[in-house]
Design a protein around this ligand. Structure first.
Ligand SMILES: O=c1ccn([C@@H]2O[C@H](COP(=O)(O)O)[C@@H](O)[C@H]2O)c(=O)[nH]1
Length: 244
């Protein structure tokens, strides 16, 4: 495996700003100031702080993944995607379970918002990393293995013209084999050794996820709930730099 520089390792980490308001998010951003990682804004912060906060982060030079996981009828997702693309975010997502027509509508919405040269990366959520094999089969009612479902959704997303998927790091090798190495994988469910699992079930350490070939790893609580978030992020970056 080719060794990563510190900047390359940092650029693979998407810090999940799961906070109730802009002030709390700003506090974390202050603590990790100068580390060139990606920032993920999800539902909690977006619904509280709104599109203006996202635009503000963009104007300050952050790379933003807007994680709103749209899942609705195609026409509504087309409109939502168009509004999100107009915000200038670097990446956003939809649920693959919405189907191919819905994902194609998301891509149409993106093209309505502007030039294809600087459009956001559009990815699809496959199976949430909190979902276990048992829950997928017995509660949600999808038969077969989680990996088969993830691959089915990844293929559908690719056919619809999307750029990649959200999945567990343990599914990255199979996704790349099915959809090609340039099809992007964005993987939450990252837990440094010894960290609390919280509600995640399909997890890997940062080093293991890197070895699987993940493009980006989404990490929230192991950083944001740490006594020293900057130190927690630095030690994840160090794990990626030194991983063989
Ligand atoms: O399948 C998914 C899709 C999205 N997420 C999001 O990633 C972060 C993970 O946070 P942790 O605190 O590291 O568990 C969070 O914002 C989720 O909404 C996911 O976990 N799994």
């Amino acid at each position: 495996m080719v060794a990563l520089t510190r900047a390359e390792a940092a650029a693979k980490v998407m810090v999940a700003l799961d906070y109730p308001n802009a002030a709390a998010a700003e506090q974390l951003l202050e603590q990790i100031n100068g580390i060139p990682c990606y920032i993920k804004v999800g539902m909690q912060l977006y619904y509280a702080a709104g599109p203006g906060f996202v635009e503000k982060l963009k104007s300050r030079g952050f790379h933003i993944f807007l994680d709103l996981k749209m899942h609705d009828i195609p026409n509504t997702v087309k409109g939502g995607a168009s509004s999100i693309a107009a915000l200038g975010v670097d990446m956003f997502n939809v649920h693959a379970a919405g189907g191919k027509a819905m994902m194609e509508a998301a891509m149409e919405g993106v093209s309505l918002a502007g030039s294809s040269d600087n459009r956001p990366t559009v990815i699809a959520v496959t199976q949430l990393t909190s979902t276990s094999q048992l829950v997928m089969n017995e509660e949600i009612g999808i038969p077969g293995t989680v990996e088969d479902t993830v691959i089915h959704y990844a293929r559908l997303a690719k056919q619809a013209g999307l750029d990649g998927v959200v999945a567990s790091p343990s599914e990255v090798v199979a996704i790349k084999a099915a959809c090609g190495s340039s099809f992007q994988t964005v993987t939450p469910g990252i837990r440094p050794a010894g960290a609390a699992l919280n509600d995640q079930t399909r997890i890997m350490t940062p080093g293991e996820a890197l070895r699987q070939g993940t493009d980006f790893m989404v990490i929230g609580r192991p950083i944001t709930s740490a006594p020293d978030p900057r130190q927690a992020l630095e030690s994840i970056i160090e794990e990626l730099v030194s991983h063989e």
